[in-house]
Each structure stands twice: as structure tokens, then as C-alpha cells.
Design a protein around this ligand. Structure first.
Ligand code: FE2
Length: 160
């Protein structure tokens, strides 16, 4: 029987979203899950103050997520995928549309009749972003990059 190890074997949990060693795609997927949890809170709570606070947190998370993707994901997309320039351009155009919606939501009073439809449109845009990245872009990048490249990008993206 092998002796018990005092430290866990990192390879035993390669998908663990531990930001000390998560790769870039794992970091971004974890951020997607965080935003989706905030959507669920927003959609299921009636308390106005809690909804407003949840929305503010959601908008801050989305902004940070977009900045991380612009800084690390899209440069890697351009560098490592053969159609990467076009793919990154497509993603950035969609992100700009989401940003514009987020900015309108940020300025709107929650009693305004446009508020709920705009938040719905924002969440629809984000869900499209998440689905497209997780089913198309991320698998392609994972196939094209050596694991260490994605781990280094993940470490860089996780710096405070
Ligand atoms: Fe994303």
C-alpha cells in the first residue's frame, strides 16, 4: 500500500476551480457560474432592495469578466486558433452589445417600465455568450493549446 501523501495530488482533481492552479478556461467558466447564480437570485426574489443589490453585483462581475476576456482570452484566441482573429472579433462585437445593454440598465431606475425588459435582454445576451463560449470557443482552445499555456493564463488572470 502506498504511504499516505501529506499534500493532495494536483492531478487527482484537474477540474477543481482552485484559482491557484485553475487554467484560464476554468476561471472563466467559474465566473459564468457566478453570474448565473446572480441571475437566479434576481429572477426569484421579490425584494426590491435585494434585486437592486444583486443587479449591481451582477453588473460588476460582468464588467470584470469582460475585462479578463479582453485581456487574456481574445489574445489567446487570435494566437492559437486558425480562425482566431474572426472568432475574437465576433465575440467582441457581441460583448460590446452586452456592455451597451449593461450601461443602459445601470442608468435606469428599477421602476422605469423599460427596466425589466432591458434586464431580460441583458441576461439573454449573457446566456448566449456563455453557451457559445462553453460549447464552441473553449473546447477549440482546449484542443489547440498545451495545458501549461492555459494554466499560465489562468494564473495571470487570477492575479488580484
Ligand atoms: Fe465569458
Amino acid at each position: 500500500m502506498a504511504p499516505q501523501q501529506s499534500t493532495p495530488d494536483p492531478s487527482a482533481h484537474p477540474r477543481q476551480p482552485d484559482h491557484n492552479r485553475a487554467d484560464l478556461l476554468e476561471v472563466l467558466v467559474e465566473e459564468h457560474r457566478t453570474v448565473e447564480r446572480l441571475f437566479a437570485v434576481f429572477e426569484t426574489t421579490a425584494d426590491r432592495a435585494r434585486r437592486r443589490n444583486t443587479l449591481a453585483t451582477m453588473l460588476a462581475e460582468l464588467q470584470r469578466h469582460g475585462e479578463t476576456e479582453e485581456r487574456y482570452l481574445y489574445p489567446a484566441t487570435r494566437e492559437y486558433l486558425s480562425a482566431g482573429v474572426d472568432l475574437a472579433g465576433h465575440e467582441l462585437r457581441e460583448l460590446a452589445e452586452v456592455d451597451a445593454l449593461a450601461e443602459r440598465v445601470r442608468r435606469l431606475d428599477d421602476a422605469d417600465p423599460e427596466f425589466e425588459p432591458l434586464v431580460d435582454a441583458l441576461m439573454t445576451g449573457i446566456r448566449h455568450h456563455v453557451q457559445e463560449q462553453e460549447t464552441e470557443l473553449f473546447p477549440r482552445l482546449r484542443a489547440a493549446c498545451v495545458p501549461e499555456t492555459l494554466r499560465q493564463l489562468g494564473a495571470d488572470a487570477s492575479q488580484p
